[in-house]
Design a binder for this molecule. Structure first.
Ligand code: BDP
Length: 596
């Protein structure tokens, strides 16, 4: 699915703004068909944003079930006769969409876009109504998974229930990304796929354009950053040769613009789309992660889409601030833990040269106990796997053309020690390789190296570990011994490069004590430093992603003090002591460090 863009032939109406909103605690709306008329008794709700932190109502923050959104829009008369699409950037986690009371889409999965053809349903020249019901319930067949817990005891009132989930970040919900209306002509470009390669000084851009009907003629034109033509091509697929190509490099992005034109048989322009293209290669060779043939060292973070008030709602100010902080701290990469982020953010990463590991929202598929089974017929089962395939395919379809995305992560901390996980992840790894033969794949590990049964299907070992935090809390003196022991075993068992994708400690900004104790800024800084001493000794370690970039909201629980405080920045993006240490460490390290 192509991201909606204004082009020579396409036009967008962004429906972001204040929508009418109504929670449905009694779950009556679908039965009573609230979409048939304008919603009654609504409150104003911003889109994009999570609804949870917008009001003063704790019941809405913790609401389980449906909420309703409604907006009206006028379709310009000039759109008459065109194909009209309604695009929803993200609805967490299930949605049904009606336009003028007619169902146009239903979608499961909160972190990827979907769209509906509303031609003939939305009427040009008058007001139209869009109604979206969004449901936030997580179960074993959603990504991430969850379950509704009910209580049969007398201590809880009848009907009391809670949404349980097995990840810590707060289950924010609502319309997290923009909703857009756009028009194209009846003959249109459906999809574009671009792959790039480098031969000597030349760049090769392979392209495929999928069109709505076979009769159109496709022309492509590649412009460099000065607007000069670098290559042209004809036909719905082909290869463009770019002489003396400028490569897309980490922190030195160079972006060409590919103009794709689809012509009617009479030569008239039917559709036009523009795609930013970065020419680069990625490859894992031995224990090296090569970008353009050079060994790359990942310096950065696991992040979240999370900020005050808006929750997981897209916010350009927060995103640009985050990128400025990434550059300030001398990071070069992040992982979209634990779900696909907004495409607007990937465009920023393409532009700024920040390297991204894209992750599927498969988080919470373990109970952190080797005896527990997660992959069972009544939990993570065939239906879960089918959905996992769908989400993975949609993620690759959405992000395949972003040069910043260099690897796919198929899950975070799954029960990969269970026998049933083997066929499950073998199939997913096959799907990822079939859909994208170019990018390496990984899975982020929780089990120890001798317990993991699936690492052989992947190119890079990504490990999350919390020595001297969840294990041996307070024992900083153990960190180096334990990290070195574990990472060496990963390498010994699988012979693949290793990225530490999570390591860290909660630090409450302003808490100080020396010698360090847990929850102080000093402890966080020292713990990270001790991990680094080990990374610097092991040449198969090709990256360090601190957990986490910034403090973030979590569900309430006794291990969380108003959120997860493992951020190197506070939730308001102010640096803790560890931030300055990282800035100086990473500032002295190259993207291609000597040890590689
Ligand atoms: C890891 C998870 C991450 C958590 C982190 C933590 O991957 O999402 O936030 O632990 O507990 O297991 O801080």
């Amino acid at each position: 699915m192509l991201f909606p863009k204004d082009t020579l032939t396409r036009e967008i109406k962004d429906l972001s703004g204040i929508w009418r909103f109504k929670a449905d605690p009694g779950n009556r709306g679908r039965e009573e068909k609230w979409h048939h008329q304008p919603l009654q008794d609504t409150i104003p709700m911003p889109v994009p944003a999570s609804y949870n932190d917008i009001t003063q109502d704790a019941a809405l923050r913790d609401h389980i079930g449906d909420v309703w959104y409604e907006q009206t829009f006028i379709v310009p008369r000039s759109w008459s006769g065109d194909r009209m699409m309604l695009w929803v950037g993200s609805a967490c986690h299930h949605a049904v969409v009606w336009v003028n009371g007619v169902e146009v889409a239903s979608h499961k999965g909160g972190f990827l876009p979907f769209e509906a053809d509303i031609t003939g349903i939305a009427v040009p020249g008058r007001e139209n109504r869009v109604t979206i019901v969004v449901n936030n319930v997580l179960n074993w067949q959603t990504l991430p998974p969850g379950r509704i817990k009910t209580f049969e005891d007398e201590k809880h009132p009848e009907g009391y229930r809670v949404q349980e989930y097995f990840h810590d970040f707060f289950n924010y919900a609502g319309l997290h990304r923009p909703v857009k209306l756009y028009r194209t002509s009846g003959l249109f470009i459906q999809d574009i796929t671009v792959t790039t390669d480098v031969q000597g000084e030349s760049g090769l851009i392979g392209y495929t354009v999928d069109c709505s009907q076979p009769e159109g003629e496709v022309r492509v034109r590649l412009l460099d950053e000065d607007g000069k033509e670098a290559a042209t091509g004809k036909g719905s697929s082909g290869t463009l040769l770019v002489e003396k190509a400028r490569l897309w490099k980490p922190l030195q992005a160079y972006l060409y613009t590919l103009h794709v034109e689809l012509l009617h048989p009479d030569g008239q322009l039917a559709d036009h789309y523009l795609l930013q293209v970065g020419i680069r290669t990625v490859k894992v060779e031995g224990t090296r992660f090569l970008i353009n043939g050079e060994p790359f060292y990942f310096k950065g973070f696991g992040k979240h889409e999370d900020s005050d008030i808006r929750g997981k709602g897209l916010d350009h100010a927060v995103n640009v601030k985050d990128f400025n902080l990434l550059k300030w701290i001398n990071a070069n990469s992040f992982r979209t833990s634990h779900y696909p982020y907004a495409e607007e953010l990937l465009e920023l990463a393409d532009r700024e040269g920040i390297v991204v590991i894209g992750e599927v929202p498969a988080v919470g598929f373990t109970f952190f106990n080797y005896n527990d089974k997660v992959y069972t017929p009544d939990q993570a089962n065939e239906e879960t796997l089918a959905h996992h395939h769908d989400v993975l395919s949609d993620l690759i379809a959405r992000d395949k053309n972003h040069p910043s995305v260099v690897m796919w992560s198929l899950a975070n901390e799954a029960a990969t020690f269970q026998d049933e996980a083997v066929p499950y992840f073998r199939q997913l790894a096959d799907t990822a390789r079939r859909l994208d033969p170019q990018r390496p794949i990984t899975i982020v590990q929780w089990p120890l190296p001798d317990k993991c049964k699936v690492a052989q299907f992947f190119d890079v070992i990504c490990v999350n570990r919390y020595y001297s935090w969840y294990q041996d809390p307070g024992a900083l003196e153990l960190v180096e011994h334990q990290v070195e022991w574990e990472l060496t075993n990963w390498y010994r068992n699988f012979g693949k490069p290793v990225i530490m994708t999570e390591y860290g400690a909660d630090a409450i900004a302003g808490f100080h004590q020396d010698p360090p104790v847990m929850f102080t800024e000093e402890y966080q800084e020292e713990l990270l430093t001790r991990y680094h001493n080990v990374f610097d000794r092991l040449d198969f370690v090709i990256g360090e992603h601190v957990w986490a970039f910034a403090d973030f909201a979590t569900k309430q629980g006794i291990t969380r003090i108003n959120g997860n405080k493992k951020g190197v920045f506070t939730r308001q993006r102010q640096p803790k002591a560890a931030a300055r240490m990282l800035r100086s460490r990473w500032g002295e390290m190259d993207e291609y460090p000597e040890k590689l």
